[in-house]
Design a binder for this molecule. Structure first.
Ligand code: AMP
Length: 280
């Protein structure tokens, strides 16, 4: 595996691959890699000749400075995992390399970016669009792999592609979970033992809500999920929305069940912000 730290070297390396007719798969990550990331990498490995994984904690998508500072980083362990997963190129740039000057682009990402994460984290999706459009420009991949754990992000990236005109196939990949149901996340490392033990309750509650969705109206189901978690005293629900999986807009009824309804949640647990979702 080659470790590349500069944009010019990355561009040269991928264009050599292109000249040989190789297909290119890109997996953008912020490092602190776990099996969720590796599931994306394995899929990319199967479907492309050249696999590029970026690990870059992108400052422009953090609307909260403390979150940026405390975000877990572990380059050495990441490199070992990527090597083992058969990656060709690990792109590990510095902030100065990616942003030699401030990125002032403002993306009009539309309604998909105005709800849930977009509403609660102002500027977050604009930062995501900045970094992902740059990575697409550096690598010019045929395919890029994103996890459904960040469900709304996938819709936002598709919206970004309409604006930039970049031609990249977006490949959504299923959520990888721990055996106890907790969605894998770099942020799980920040949970203390007590809260780590409680956190699987989030997925459990969402699973139970599937059964409740058969009878409860949307608003009651939303309240049920929020109250079930909050009454334990261990969780604060930032939002829970049941949305159309393409438009990200709230569904107004569950009976009959819309084809593409997804419940998206953000919960604070022991000072850590955790996100998850479930298909109804
Ligand atoms: P991050 O490093 O958190 O920005 O995540 C990089 C990519 O990995 C994103 O597309 C995430 O959605 C994806 N990802 C993170 N956690 C998981 C997971 N548990 N299962 C599947 N994909 C994931």
């Amino acid at each position: 595996m080659e470790i590349i730290r500069t944009v010019s070297e990355l561009r040269n390396r991928v264009s050599r691959g292109r000249e040989k007719g190789q297909t290119i798969g890109l997996v953008p990550t912020m490092g602190a890699l776990h099996e969720g990331h590796i599931s994306l990498v394995s899929r990319a490995r199967k479907e492309n000749d050249l696999v590029v994984v970026s690990t870059f904690v992108n400052p422009t998508q953090f609307n909260n400075k403390t979150d940026l500072v405390t975000y877990p980083r572990n380059e050495q362990a990441d490199v070992e995992k990527l090597e083992k997963a058969g990656v060709d190129i690990a792109f590990i740039p510095s902030v100065e390399e990616v942003y030699p000057e401030p990125d002032t682009r403002v993306f009009d990402l539309g309604p998909v970016a105005q709800v849930m994460e977009g509403k609660m984290r102002p500027g977050h999706f604009n930062g995501v669009a900045q970094i992902v459009s740059k990575l697409f420009d550096f690598v010019n991949p045929d395919r890029a792999y994103f996890g459904e754990k960040d469900f709304q992000q996938i819709a936002v990236i598709k919206s970004m592609l309409h604006l930039t005109g970049q031609k990249v196939e977006i490949v959504p990949c299923p959520i990888k979970r721990h055996p106890d149901g907790l969605a894998m996340s770099s942020r799980n490392q920040l949970l203390d033992a007590e809260h780590r033990a409680m956190a699987p309750q989030i997925h459990k509650t969402l699973e139970e809500s599937r059964e409740k969705a058969k009878t409860l109206p949307v608003q009651e189901l939303r309240s049920w999920v929020k109250e079930s978690l909050e009454k334990t005293g261990n969780f604060q629900v930032e939002y829970y929305e049941i949305v159309d999986g393409d438009t990200m807009q709230p569904v107004d009824q569950l009976h009959p069940l819309p084809e593409n309804a997804v419940g998206c949640i953000t919960v604070h647990c022991g000072g850590v912000r955790l996100i998850d979702n479930i298909r109804y």
